[in-house]
Ligand binder design. Structure first.
Ligand SMILES: [Zn+2]
Length: 442
């Protein structure tokens, strides 16, 4: 990744470290230059940021973002999506491969990375498709993508499941050569034909075709066994059921190299929202039950689920302002992810900011094998690139459609009051977000 170095020096005074110590931090020439106890650094030539009492976190890393470019620039572009990411506190995102054309060649993944650099709001890493055209049949050019300028390490047919066992086995074997990982969208296609929402009491009541938990769990069970058999790394996208958590816990105890993610929306929202018939709540995998939500929260707290990933999925209005059965799956996630985590994990005492730094920065950067020179996913200490964010955790704010950088508005949190707001985002010392606004507006 190119280094973007700004000459400005900044003093962040009296901020709370992830460990809840009050500290001063100086950013100079793109790096963390000094850290000392609060009140001990003097401004000198640095610009002082009014940051007393704000929560400092390392820049967040999203392993699962849909930026829609190339092909669906009416829903999102790499520019608008990466700006939304920066506003949400992300300094790096991984753009999913289900674009048009599909990111299944070196040419497309290099284009995605290049457009991310040109936009300059955060680092954009490309996820490569596992199979050509996401068709689930023949492997894509995994090696060419890995060895391209984009240095792809995460491969996924997300949106679709790699359902053929032999294709999945071959993919797992192949990516071992360059320490890649297969990120599986676990959904048995036969068990979810025509599925509209979680299969349960509410789907029966509404008369909507159900999406059974077993459709997710059966694929995860198969894939952890395949990963064990070939000794490869497997990552499970958007885990949504308590049964999936149990399988992953078993696999980890067995020493299988599996990691897993959960989305903010699966930590907060439940299938009872389908009763509104508002397609804004239609998503893949579907919102599940309160019991699932509680199991997912516990799994994220204890590390059975390694990371939070947004599955930011923009859709144009016409794909969402229609009947439930016709609507597209997916919801926006980048700009409110951290607030949802504060609400669902911090304020109820299930977790703390030190653990969230691990789940939303260090661990996703590790799983994605992000290059060390980028500074992503590194503990904030002297000598590392200054990818840091500042959050006002005391704010309560009503989520507004107007404030979004995304081109789409399928935000399930509109009009909901959420805690916390990202006020500053620094990417290798460059101030990208200040006072909750983009320094370089779109
Ligand atoms: Zn998916």
């Amino acid at each position: 990744m190119t280094q973007r170095i700004e000459s400005s020096d900044y003093l962040l005074s009296s901020v709370l470290s992830p460990e809840q110590e009050l500290i001063d931090i100086r950013i100079s020439n793109g790096m963390i230059a000094e850290i000392a106890s609060a009140g001990s650094l003097t401004p000198g030539a640095s610009v002082t940021i009014e940051s007393a009492g704000m929560q400092l976190l390392p820049g967040l890393v999203d392993l699962h973002t849909h930026l829609r470019e190339p092909g669906r620039e009416d829903a999102e572009t790499i520019r608008t999506g990466s700006a939304a990411a920066a506003l949400g506190g992300f300094t790096a995102v991984h753009a999913m491969a289900n674009t048009d054309p599909v990111a299944d060649t070196a040419g497309v993944v290099e284009q995605v990375v290049r457009l991310g650099r040109e936009a300059g709001y955060c680092d954009v890493y490309a996820v490569g498709a596992v199979t050509q055209g996401l068709e689930g049949l023949a492997l894509a050019e995994l090696g060419a993508m890995a060895h391209s300028m984009a240095q792809v390490r995460v491969f996924s047919d997300d949106g679709k499941c790699v359902s053929d066992s032999l294709v999945m086995r071959r993919a797992l074997e192949y990516v071992k050569q360059f320490d890649g990982v297969i990120a599986q969208h676990a959904q048995d296609p036969r068990l979810t034909e025509m599925a509209q929402m979680n299969e349960g009491i509410i789907s029966a009541k509404l008369g909507l075709t159900g999406w059974p938990a077993v459709a997710e769990e059966a694929i995860i069970a198969r894939d952890v066994l395949l990963a064990e058999h070939v000794g490869a790394r497997l990552h499970i996208c958007h885990v949504s059921t308590s049964g999936s958590v149990e399988i992953i816990r078993w696999a980890k105890a067995r020493g299988i190299k599996v990691t897993a993610e959960v989305t903010p929306h699966h930590l907060l929202l439940t299938d009872s929202l389908a009763e509104t018939y508002n397609p804004i709540y239609k998503v893949n995998p579907p919102l599940r039950t309160n019991e699932d939500v509680q199991a997912l929260r516990a799994a994220l707290a204890d590390g059975t689920i390694d990371i939070v990933a947004t599955d930011h999925a923009p859709h144009p209005r016409e794909s969402k302002e229609c009947e439930w059965s016709e609507a597209a799956n997916g919801m926006l996630g980048l700009e409110n992810a951290l607030s949802v985590i504060q609400e669902s994990m911090i304020e109820n005492g299930l977790s703390n900011w030190k653990t969230i730094a691990e789940r939303m920065s260090y661990a996703p950067a590790r799983i994605g094998r992000v290059d060390a020179s980028s500074g992503h996913g590194q503990i904030t200490k002297v000598g590392v690139p200054a990818n840091v964010i500042l959050i006002d955790t005391k704010i309560r704010r009503k989520v507004s459609e107007m404030k979004s950088a995304s081109k789409s508005s399928n935000n399930p949190y509109i009009d909901r009051t959420l805690p916390g707001q990202v006020l500053y985002t620094f990417l290798r010392g460059e101030m990208i977000v200040a006072n909750g606004e983009l320094v370089r507006p779109l």
